[in-house]
Design a protein around this ligand. Structure first.
Ligand SMILES: Cc1cc2nc3c(=O)[nH]c(=O)nc-3n(C[C@H](O)[C@H](O)[C@H](O)COP(=O)(O)OP(=O)(O)OC[C@H]3O[C@@H](n4cnc5c(N)ncnc54)[C@H](O)[C@@H]3O)c2cc1C
Length: 140
C-alpha cells in the first residue's frame, strides 16, 4: 500500500507498514525497491520512530532509503553487480552475490542453514521455490 513518507498508513499515524507490503516514494518520486535491504532499513527506521515516540518525541521522521548497489544472479555461475564504483559480471560476481546474501543474514544458524540449503539446491538441482513464468498465451 502507498504509505506516508514516515511509513505510516495515511490517516492512521499509529500504524506502520514496511517491507514488501509498503509502497513508499523517494524524494525524487521513484519508488523504494522491494528488496531485502530496503525492508531491513524500514524496520530499523520504524523501531527508531517508536522508541522516540515512547520517549515523548512525536516528530515525523521521513524514511530515507540508502541504495548500496544492485546484485542479481543470472543462473548457476553468473551474476551481475553494480555498486556504482564497481561493475562486475560472471562467476566472480556470482560468488560475491552469494557471500553478500549469506553475510547479511542474522545469526550464525541462519547463515549455516541457508548455505547448506543453497549447496543442496546447487548440487541436486532441486528448488524449494518455483516461479510460474509461462502465461496463458504461451500454452500450446
Ligand atoms: C524469488 C525471489 C527472489 C528474491 N531475490 C532477492 C534478492 O536476491 N535480493 C533481495 O534483496 N531481495 C530479493 N527478493 C525480495 C525480498 O525477498 C523481499 O523484498 C523481502 O524478503 C521483503 O521482506 P519482508 O519482511 O517485507 O517480507 P518477507 O521476507 O516475505 O517476510 C514476511 C514474513 O511474514 C510471514 N507471514 C506472512 N503472513 C503471516 C501471517 N498471517 N502471520 C504471521 N506471519 C506471516 C511470512 O511467512 C514471512 O516469514 C526476492 C524475492 C523473491 C520472491
Amino acid at each position: 500500500m502507498l504509505v506516508e513518507p514516515d511509513l505510516t498508513v495515511p490517516g492512521s499515524p499509529e500504524i506502520f507498514v514496511i517491507g514488501d507490503t509498503a509502497h513508499v516514494l523517494r524524494p525524487d518520486g521513484k519508488p523504494v525497491p522491494g528488496v531485502a535491504p530496503s525492508a531491513k532499513q524500514e524496520g530499523k527506521h520504524v523501531a527508531t520512530t517508536i522508541k522516540a515516540r515512547l520517549a515523548g518525541d512525536g516528530a515525523a521522521r521521513p524514511f530515507r532509503y540508502k541504495h548500496a548497489g544492485d546484485l542479481a544472479t543470472i543462473g548457476k555461475w553468473s551474476a551481475a553487480i553494480d555498486f556504482g564504483w564497481i561493475k562486475l559480471t560472471g562467476w566472480l560476481a556470482w560468488w560475491l552475490w552469494g557471500i553478500a546474501h549469506i553475510y547479511f543474514l542474522i545469526d550464525f544458524r541462519n547463515r549455516l542453514a541457508v548455505s547448506l540449503s543453497w549447496l543442496w539446491i546447487y548440487f541436486t538441482g532441486q528448488r524449494s521455490a518455483r516461479l510460474i513464468t509461462q502465461g496463458d498465451d504461451d500454452k500450446s
